[in-house]
Design a binder for this molecule. Sequence first.
Ligand code: C2E
Ligand code: MG
Ligand code: MG
Ligand code: MG
Length: 294
Amino acid sequence: AAKRRGAGNVEVFDPGRTGEARARFELSVDLAKALDQDVLELHYQPIVELSTGRLLGVEALARWRHPDKGSISPEVFVSVAEQCGLACQLDRWVLQRATADLARLRTLDLVAEDVYVSVNISALHLTQGDLQAAVDEAVWMSGLPATCVALEVTETAVIGDPEEAAAILQGIVAKGFSVSLDDFGTGYSGLSRLQALPVARLKIDRRFVGNVTTEADDLAICASVVDLCRAMGVLAIAEGVETNEQLDLLQRLDCHAAQGYLWSKPLSLPDLSQVLSSSGEQFDVQAPARADTP
Ligand code: C2E
Ligand code: MG
Ligand code: MG
Ligand code: MG
């Protein structure tokens, strides 16, 4: 089992951990099978423009129902994929499925031409795999314009080799794809690093958004990220918006867009199609009037 783990991932033998290691190894075998058999699924969460309620894009989120173990969190199986050398294969599958699904929604006239699909890219893929080839292949197969595909990368993905990561992303952006920096604020890359990346959007992690109406610190963080974005010409997207109070506050901060359970959980393609055909790509961003604002 040790040999199949990713290079550079040296693990010291610890008898107390072998049970867990074995479970992860078994999971990696099942995941490889699931990828081969095409049984993973993608759900999509709408990304909503806060000034208009318009649908800007959808984030693709992988779902895996294990035959015996039930639903497994993507946080778990993505990390398994990274440890056993399946990260690039997983990303390729997600890219292909996500672009094919958006192409279908466009054919059915359920989304505007500029609506994009946002795909999470594994931290390992960025510098250890051929991401350029994977994205090229996905748009070639789906016939989608590159401008309809956004890649979500995390600070962690960039930290390992910031210069190489920036160069790879520059090449991808040059072809028309866009890049969103995911989970912003949870890593610890410096702002100078951010400046070097060709990033179009910055996603504020939901751990800050969740407490934005109750914790002064979180409000300060959200406010400064939105300001930073404005200064850098980057669009701010808040993740995990669940309440009207959060929506109202983010609108006051002039945050560009948001996603969250307030509008929709991640949906299967049929459910998303249903919502889009009944809502006309329009989401409610009118927070109920507050008592203190006439
Ligand atoms: P992420 O990319 O930051 O995705 C946002 C997570 O927040 C998703 O969890 C989403 O379901 C959840 N979320 C959205 N709105 C709300 C809300 O209002 N409240 C709450 N409590 N949660 C909300 P999910 O789908 O479990 O994914 C977790 C993480 O797993 C993702 O974080 C991403 O890092 C990773 N992931 C998911 N799908 C993929 C994939 O296809 N490829 C890769 N490489 N990573 C993925
Ligand atoms: Mg994401
Ligand atoms: Mg995120
Ligand atoms: Mg996250």
